[in-house]
Design a protein around this ligand. Structure first.
Ligand SMILES: C[S@@+](CC[C@H](N)C(=O)[O-])C[C@H]1O[C@@H](n2cnc3c(N)ncnc32)[C@H](O)[C@@H]1O
Length: 391
């Protein structure tokens, strides 16, 4: 497998990754020689000056680093729009709030469908922390759906008040910082980030900080089988804060969390002994998150049991959980008609539909969890097969 080392960088890319690495080195020295991986991930992805999501490079789709469902086809947008259509019919005051809107493609397609069905929300809010992405989203939406741009509002933060919202976060949870750990026969340690003698970024094992220690106790106690001789994995300790931040601005909300991941028993399965952390650069996967920091995306699968636990602590209802395919089938996927006006594109659209529905990796690995604040609906509204019992 080739990786980021094999690819020649431009002078601008060299300068950017150098600045990002310098920023990380500074932080490591400031903090006495090491930082948690979550802090590293936060810096290299989200630092406004040097972070990956804040750069000018193309991130999504062909010519970028990875592809997400909204970039692949319109099907997810079509089904989400159907779910929103019904929810807006129930309560016309409902707005949509999209978190981490990437290129803006999902917003563009959802708004286009809702307009066609006469069910536009009062407002379509976007909360996007990256200024560079906000600019790209605005450009796309102004070009593709200029007549609806006045309805779209980019929120600088989530401190405002929205009476009733439908929150959508597609592939955002997997981009959030995680801590890394290693379990050996008689020890559990945190995998931190430190510097080698010549200043390179390296892993360093340390005693886990208290909140990680407690969370790992919980995982190992809850695990049906021993995790094995050498077991590495990841954990997001910030989920509760994140869900709280995303829902605090709404008096009432329904939230669609769409991502790749598993319930805990599969996530921390003895066979998944090297975890789920990986990096992407120009559609190539690397297992080394320290290569050219700031130029590659870093991601980890989502432990949906942990999301449900965090939601419950916040008194959010877990309304349904199931594979993305079953969410889409419950939201009228099979009524979708190819829209392309030439035969080749129509065939491509039908092939994309098959990929989403017929036992492919995409149809199994992606999950949809629906949370509710101050509101309840039966799970059958959101999925053909509710799997909350597996969480
Ligand atoms: C993997 S991309 C997914 C983009 C888009 N939703 C899609 O499906 O194509 C992650 C997105 O989440 C944003 N993001 C990262 N951390 C975030 C956070 N803490 N809160 C909100 N958005 C975040 C990124 O800037 C980016 O837009």
């Amino acid at each position: 497998m080739s990786d980021l080392n094999d690819i020649e960088l431009t002078a601008a890319q060299h300068a950017r990754t150098h600045a990002c690495a310098e920023r990380v080195r500074y932080e490591i020295k400031q903090q006495g020689g090491s930082i948690g991986f979550d802090q590293y991930m936060q810096l290299v992805l989200n630092d406004p000056a040097v972070g990956y999501y804040h750069g000018q490079q193309k991130i999504f789709g062909a010519g970028g680093d990875f592809i997400t469902a909204p970039e692949t086809s319109v099907h997810l947008a079509y089904c989400l729009a159907h779910a929103c259509e019904q929810l807006i019919q129930d309560d016309p005051q409902r707005s949509i709030l999209e978190i981490g809107a990437g290129s803006g493609k999902l917003a563009c397609d959802v708004i286009t469908y809702l307009h066609a069905w006469g069910q536009l929300p009062a407002r379509y809010y976007i909360y996007e922390p990256s200024e560079a992405l906000r600019v790209k989203q605005k450009k796309l939406l102004e070009t593709e759906i200029p007549e609806h741009v006045s309805r779209i509002e980019w929120l600088p933060n989530l401190s405002g008040e929205i009476l009733s919202a439908i929150i959508i976060a597609n592939e955002v949870l997997d981009a959030l910082p995680v801590k890394c750990f290693e379990v050996q026969a008689d020890s559990i340690q945190e995998r931190c980030v430190a510097l080698s003698e010549d200043g390179n970024l390296i892993w360093q094992l340390q005693d886990p900080v208290d909140d990680l220690d407690a969370a790992l106790d919980y995982i190992t106690v809850m695990s049906d089988e021993p995790l094995g001789e050498l077991y590495r994995s990841e954990i997001n300790l910030g989920l509760e804060n994140t869900l709280s931040a995303w829902t605090n601005c709404c008096e009432q909300c329904i939230m669609f969390l769409i991502d790749y991941g598993y319930p805990r028993s599969e996530y921390y399965h003895p066979q998944r002994s090297m975890g789920t952390l990986r990096s992407y650069y120009q559609h190539q996967v690397s297992e080394d998150p320290f290569k050219n920091p700031g130029l590659q995306d870093i991601t980890a699968d989502v432990d949906f049991s942990a999301v449900a636990k965090a939601a419950t602590h916040l008194s959010l209802g877990v309304l349904s959980f199931g594979v993305q395919r079953n969410f889409m089938l419950a939201n009228r996927l099979l009524e979708w008609q190819p829209s392309a006006d030439n035969e080749v594109e129509r065939i491509a659209q039908i092939a994309q539909l098959k990929q989403l529905t017929l036992g492919s990796a995409i149809s199994e690995r992606f999950q949809v969890m629906v949370l509710g604040k101050g509101i309840d609906y039966g799970a059958d509204r959101f999925t053909l097969r509710d799997m909350r019992a597996r969480l």
